[in-house]
Ligand binder design. Structure first.
Ligand SMILES: *Cc1c(COP(=O)(O)O)cnc(C)c1O
Ligand SMILES: [Zn+2]
Length: 417
């Protein structure tokens, strides 16, 4: 495939051919960026061609992806991505902004952003004829891999912490993956997965380890680009877009950054959006590094109710720091209590987010309070996962419902005292 040139290490800049490496840099363990043949793409594809397609999924960006057409039209693999971006005027007003948009990733086939990565990884797995794909997961990456694998009849093995929310574990099992819960945290599942992949010859999807996950995740940047090209005409007052996203391992934010970098290299955008990363104060290793002005990621002992972003040692931390720094964005850290408030706020405009999904919005609230975002700024916030994934947290975000006798008098008493 001529447009896929190989890999470049994000730390030492060494270049590798496709056949030389599979996961991270053999010299320093750095995350590998997939290198595309930009000149080739520019010659054969135009933005207009991409915009004109009917394909309602990430596969509309096939010319910019390092895999071939996977086929399987008519399966959930072809409903990944192309998620809606909602206008939320009431939230905008509450924050003193002119407009606000929320891109709702909960509408992916397995209800989280992770489907983008898993769709591309299972496609890659078929190309290299891998029999089994394995991943460590706090829940969503596993559900996404299990779901995409089920859609195309691929074998998947998932390692998750035994404390993962039951809805996520249910998804893994229903999709028919081999599920193994570890008596430990996400980080311990991660390390075990890499050992197991080596031992048994499985193809490893681990986030921030397999270079194809970021390639899948970059499709969200392409969708934001397409959407903004259309939307900005109605909003000539805005110059630059600001994107808010929650961060755990740092692979989503790195993928978004890669997508915008691809577009810039192609000459299809003139300016990068600013990218803002939001972490929980209980799991803030990347935020800490950003604040300290370093790319050195020091592990923390993660403790947050936002399980999808609960990570001791982020596996894509260096590129994640750069995503904010190189675009003029920032990192924010928000308390779990603010994350619960954000679930309630998004709920009131019809968007049901899990804690990690709402964390980005909590970050925006803080950025507005700090004066970093104001009226003149165009903002899109990503909701990365569905509230149905973790109803225990959802119930903590709102008051309990009263229970009454099923009579009109009891109701009247309840309503009017
Ligand atoms: C995985 C995940 C994130 C964070 O993505 P990273 O690549 O780990 O930074 C955020 N929200 C949800 C719902 C997720 O599942
Ligand atoms: Zn390297």
């Amino acid at each position: 495939m001529s447009r896929f040139l190989g890999y470049r290490c994000s730390l030492c800049q060494r270049e590798y051919l496709e056949s030389q490496v599979q996961y991270t840099c053999p010299k320093d363990g750095g995350n590998l960026d997939v290198a595309l043949d930009v000149d080739h793409i520019r010659k054969f594809v135009s933005p207009g061609q991409i915009f004109a397609q009917a394909e309602p999924s990430i596969w509309r960006y096939l010319p910019l992806l390092p895999v071939d057409d996977p086929g399987f039209e008519g399966t959930p693999l072809h409903r990944v991505g192309w998620t809606p971006t909602f206008e939320t005027p009431r939230l905008a007003e509450e924050l003193g902004l002119k407009t606000l948009w929320v891109k709702d990733e909960s509408r992916n086939p397995t209800a989280s952003f992770k489907d983008r990565a898993s769709a591309v990884v299972v496609t890659r797995a078929r190309e290299i004829k891998a029999e089994v794909v394995v991943t460590a997961s706090t829940g969503n990456a596993g559900a996404a891999l299990a779901g995409m694998a089920a859609a195309i009849g691929q074998k998947a093995v998932i390692f998750a912490p035994r404390t993962a929310p039951p809805a996520k574990v249910a998804q893994l099992l229903v999709f028919g993956a081999q599920v193994i819960l570890v008596d430990g945290n996400y980080d311990s599942a991660f390390d075990l997965t890499i050992q197991a992949a080596r031992e048994f010859g499985w193809y490893c999807r681990n986030t921030g380890y397999n270079p194809f996950t970021a390639e899948g995740k970059k499709t969200a940047a392409f969708e934001i680009w397409e959407w903004w090209e259309k939307t900005r005409r109605q909003h000539p007052q805005f110059s630059r877009l600001n994107v808010f996203v929650s961060v755990g391992d740092g692979n989503i934010i790195s993928g978004l950054h890669k997508g915008f970098k691809d577009l810039l290299a192609l000459g299809w955008i003139e300016q990068m959006p600013r990218i803002f990363g939001v972490q929980s104060t209980g799991s803030a290793a990347i935020y800490n590094a950003f604040q300290a002005g370093t790319e050195q990621i020091t592990p923390v002992i993660a403790n947050t109710l936002a399980d999808s972003i609960s990570v001791d040692l982020p596996r894509d931390g260096v590129r994640a720091v750069r995503a904010a720094r190189e675009t003029g964005g920032r990192y924010l850290a928000v308390e779990d209590e603010k994350i619960l408030e954000a679930i309630a706020s998004l709920g009131k405009v019809g968007i049901f987010a899990e804690p990690a999904g709402a964390t980005s919005y909590a970050g925006l609230v803080q950025a507005v309070q700090a004066g970093w975002i104001g009226e003149e700024d165009a903002v899109v916030v990503l909701n990365t996962g569905s509230g149905l994934k973790d109803i225990k947290a959802a119930m903590q975000a709102v008051p309990q419902a009263p229970v009454i006798e099923p009579t009109l008098s009891a109701l009247t008493k309840h309503l009017y005292g």
